[in-house]
Design a protein around this ligand. Structure first.
Ligand code: FEO
Length: 400
């Protein structure tokens, strides 16, 4: 599609990307690294009678959003501001846009209404609640709405324009990319999917069941273009739909993730023995030293690793803090991990194993074994590690 001045592009007839890019942002939710920055995509849909702005932008980018809308129309004449999701990176500028477009309505779900009033002080009379039975006619373009709660907040919904086959799912199918490319096929499908998987790990992995429900709804729509509110758009929607089906589904890879930290090489030796034993059985192993690995990479690997091995020495009576962080991440992101094993070494008193097992309480994760070695692993510990490899192989064979 033709590029227009001020960095807006037309993605379908009279539908324009008016988003903002934030290449210097380096962290999301104070947790996940953003090596490629991110974008806050907003879309202007211009019917023959009415106009809708779908999603807005992050705090601090309001003027840029207004400038971009102004390339196409007078922002004060917008009729609808659609809030698919109330998180501030997409919704905080809703109030600003409504203050300019005094006749406009905020269009959102019932729970979105509560959030808009609570977070952004949007007056109740300015809000129009929609659901799957609703549609808004813009003139040659219809806004339809898809209930998609818990992706990843309770109020989330998608907007769809059947005349053009364009789906606006906000965070769903998003990726943190702020480069010049607008489409996955321009950025590179493989590279895009790696970043989309990292995004999925942090944002959608805890909500795999709602994600699967939404995927079925999206498949039924057969969209021609998926336009999320972070990162690139998909002109070949099957690419990201199939990837999400894999990541959110029940089918697991025959794969083990080993995440470890070692102070003097004893714990590292133990995890390496296990790694070699697993590889010799034809099992894919991804092993990461937590002290030098991005927490985002670990989260991404958790998406399709049914078995997690934590390597952690005892430090001052407990687990090395870096290992506790990795373990808590698994729990917090509700990773699909089925089984955990712990490999640990200590000098004069243990404690790491007990603490790590405690951190996993309240989950459905089964601890297969915990090999705790005083000093370097000896024959007895090595033998247990080799037996653990057999156990892991057996568990992987039982998985769907
Ligand atoms: Fe991109 Fe949940 O906000």
């Amino acid at each position: 599609m033709a590029k227009l001045p001020m960095g807006t592009i037309t993605i379908a007839p009279n539908i324009h990307w008016v988003g903002t890019k934030d290449p210097s942002r380096r962290l999301f939710d104070g947790l996940i690294p953003l090596p490629h920055g991110t974008s806050y995509n907003a879309y202007l849909v211009m019917g023959t009678d009415k106009t809708a702005l779908i999603d807005t932008t992050n705090p601090g980018f309001e003027n840029e959003l207004v400038d971009k809308v102004s390339q196409h129309m007078d922002p004060t004449a917008i009729d609808y501001v659609v809030m698919n999701h109330a998180e501030p990176d997409h919704a905080s500028a809703c109030a600003h846009m409504l203050s300019l477009a005094k006749g406009a309505k905020l269009v959102t779900s019932a729970k979105g209404k509560e959030a808009a009033m609570m977070y952004f002080a949007v007056p109740e009379e300015k809000i129009e609640v929609v659901d799957e039975s609703s549609s808004l006619e813009l003139g040659g373009k219809t806004l339809k709405f898809i209930d998609a709660p818990w992706l990843h907040w309770p109020e989330t919904m998608f907007t769809y324009i059947p005349e053009d086959g364009v789906l606006f799912p906000c965070d769903f199918f998003g990726s943190h990319i702020a480069y010049g490319e607008f489409y996955a096929d321009e950025f590179g499908n493989g590279h895009t999917l790696e970043l989309a998987k990292l995004y999925f790990a942090e944002i959608m992995m805890p909500f795999r069941k709602p994600a699967m429900k939404a995927i079925e709804k999206v498949k039924a729509l057969e969209p021609k273009l998926i336009a999320p509110s972070h990162g690139v758009m998909y002109r070949e929607p099957k690419l990201i739909i199939d990837a999400y089906t894999d990541w959110a589904g029940e089918k697991m890879k025959r794969k083990v993730l080993i995440a470890y930290v070692s102070m003097w090489g004893r714990t590292e030796h133990m995890v390496k023995v296990l790694k070699e034993a697993l590889i010799s059985k034809g099992i894919e192993v991804q092993m990461f030293d937590l002290t030098v690995t991005s927490i985002g990479e670990v989260a991404k690997q958790l998406v399709d690793s049914p078995v997690l091995v934590i390597g952690a020495p005892t430090v001052l009576g407990g687990a090395h803090p870096v290992a506790t962080y990795g373990t808590l991440l698994t729990k917090t992101l509700r990773a699909p991990t089925k089984h955990v094993a712990i490999l640990s070494s200590y000098g004069w008193s243990g404690g790491a194993v007990k603490q790590l097992e405690g951190l996993l309480e309240g989950t459905n994760i089964d601890v297969l074994d915990a090999v705790d070695s005083k000093g370097p692993a000896g024959d007895e510990e090595i033998s247990r590690i080799l037996k653990l490899a057999d156990t892991i192989a057996g568990k992987l064979d039982e998985l769907p």
